[in-house]
Design a protein around this ligand. Structure first.
Ligand SMILES: Nc1ncnc2c1ncn2[C@@H]1O[C@H](COP(=O)(O)OP(=O)(O)OP(=O)(O)O)[C@@H](O)[C@H]1O
Ligand SMILES: [Mg+2]
Length: 318
């Protein structure tokens, strides 16, 4: 456990009210991330990865639990006090174009982020745009282009440049390469790695593709129906997956797929994901678990140590 983590998430839960019913998106999740490290989040669609990322950034408010950023409890921090911290916590998405105005040039879009946060003068911001474009491997004339004129990979580099313009400490990378061709995925991943090394960035890296997460992450948490079912340093999780769900996930994807659409493979696990409105009793994975016993159907498992830095929440361990 890091002694002075940049991010500390303690027993955080988030429920959404949907047509009068409670949807359990994130349930009692805890983890810590040391500065300069990458924390990977994996799990099927709907497992709560994006919600968790947004909770850490306070783009969503938790129902329960505590979130600490750089030693400061931000769980209930009012907006005014949160504002200077927002700069330090950025997010990049699968579809960077969605967050850009189609009528704004790329240069303007990058400058805009700095202007909103009152960083520098007009002149220094212009200069910074050039620096940032170079930093993310794009020629300076790209600043005159409009979003639709760029490729997916170039746009993702712009998304990264925009995040960097605010000198963040933490970047939540929410499936940043999932929509890109494999060769481009590799380039963007290398860029993220290089930036992390040079700028001591901390990442929360969300992806369906376990190979990508393994490659980038120092530590990985596996989410199932809003709960962390296993957490370990990346090598340990891959060498010794201890929760049946992690084991199935690892079997379903072993390599970076040739075709990005093969992210669908993860849904090939037997059975459907249960309803987040009414999670199953006992272990929420029991209806799909090949090893489930009576206790799994009735009693909620607690996290058990497989190793000092490796935990799994399964009755069958131990
Ligand atoms: N604003 C919202 N209102 C209601 N329900 C929501 C909202 N956002 C997310 N959810 C629900 O919360 C659960 C977790 O969603 P989330 O988007 O965090 O999953 P995810 O793991 O990021 O999935 P994906 O891999 O598809 O991006 C899902 O059941 C989703 O439908
Ligand atoms: Mg998501």
């Amino acid at each position: 456990m890091p002694t002075n983590p940049l991010v500390k998430v303690e027993n955080v839960s988030k429920r959404f009210r949907v047509r009068g019913r409670e949807l359990h998106a994130v349930s009692n999740v805890s983890f810590e991330i040391e500065a300069g490290k990458t924390f990977g989040l994996v799990g099927e669609s709907g497992s709560g990865k994006s919600t968790l990322g947004r909770l850490v950034l306070r783009l969503l408010d938790a129902n329960e639990g505590r979130i600490t950023f750089n030693g400061k409890d931000i769980t209930n921090l009012p907006n005014r006090q949160l504002r200077p911290l927002r700069q330090e916590m950025q997010i990049i998405f699968q579809d960077p174009q969605a967050s850009m105005s189609p009528r704004m040039t790329i240069g303007r879009a990058i400058e805009d982020a700095m202007e909103i946060h009152k960083i520098g003068t007009k002149q220094s911001r212009r200069k910074r745009v050039d620096e940032l474009l170079e930093r993310v491997g794009l020629p300076s004339f790209v600043k005159y282009a409009f979003p639709h004129e760029l490729s997916g990979g170039q746009l993702q580099r712009i998304g990264i440049a925009r995040a960097l313009s605010l000198n963040p400490k933490l970047i939540v990378c929410d499936e940043p390469v999932s929509a890109l061709d494999v060769s481009i995925q590799v380039q963007v991943i290398h860029l993220l790695q290089e930036l992390q090394r040079d700028l001591n960035l901390t990442y929360i890296f969300i992806a369906h593709n376990l190979a990508v997460v393994e490659y980038l992450s120092d530590e990985i948490a596996v989410l199932y129906l809003g709960e962390v079912v296993e957490q370990a340093p990346a090598e340990k999780l891959f060498k010794n997956p201890s929760h049946p769900y992690t084991q199935v996930l690892l079997q379903s994807i072993l390599k970076i797929p040739e075709d990005p659409s093969s992210r669908q493979k993860m849904t090939h696990i037997q059975g459907e994901i249960p309803s987040p409105f009414n999670p199953p009793s006992g272990c929420t994975f029991h209806p799909r678990c090949p090893f489930a016993t009576d206790v799994c159907r009735t009693q909620k498992p607690v996290a058990k140590h497989v190793d000092d830095d490796h935990k799994a929440t399964c009755h069958l361990i131990g």
